[in-house]
Design a protein around this ligand. Sequence first.
Ligand code: ZN
Length: 280
Amino acid sequence: MPELPEVETIRAYLQAFLPGRQVMAVRHLDPRMVKMGSWDSTMIGAYLPGLVVQSMERRGKYLLIRFPEQAWLAVHLGMSGRLVIANRDQAWKNHTHMVLEIAGGEEMRLIDPRRFGRLGMFKAERPEDFLQLGPEPLGRHFTSSYLSYRLQKRSTAIKSLLLDQALLAGLGNIYVDEALFKARIHPLTPGQDLPVDAVARLVRAIRLVLREGIRHRGTSFSDYVDALGHPGENQDYLSVYGRFGQPCVRCGNPIQRIVIHQRTSHFCQRCQLPLEPWED
Ligand SMILES: [Zn+2]
């Protein structure tokens, strides 16, 4: 599933391509993909032609195409979605669920074999007005004090808490596992049990793994490709995710795999020790 670094890689390319370009037509918009907001596919298809893209933004794992008069087309890629730019004379691939014809002979295509992706059109001043998301992990509002505050009285495993998009926007299974390894925190640790120094390490680790992910243009295991159709390279730099049984890069112990709330978690049993109970 595309997480923040993958979505940001797509955003950066589309930001270089789309702003200032006019939408000529909306084709092949599958009504079943319109799962957000109050506009249906007919309204979206009628509204967009003739409009010029103002900017390409991102919030959490959402791609946001900004149009004049505070109109936003929001796209979430779900499990297997791709948003690619292609020349109009290239044939549509299977599972193409939306095509925006752009002035100049190109198209932006949403391809999603598993259809877990979703899109919607909104009129709002800011994305915060229609997306209920926690802070951006690379933004200034994500701090140790914010995270400590949100972990208070939470007995849920830290692994699951970090996947909650209302607590923190943009993380998924891969980057949470990587961040917990870097911060040397066991994924089952209850949120409320993390001492202040561990929370600070975790904040730094989250920022670090996301920046590395963006630098390597995202992690590709199966589906993810960038807006040009190229896979990312971050899978070659992962410490734990997808490395079950392989030696830990830090201590050499085999990487373990457990399921936490139906999500597979990778970690090192030696580097990420459970916290000792406090002694009175
Ligand atoms: Zn280790």
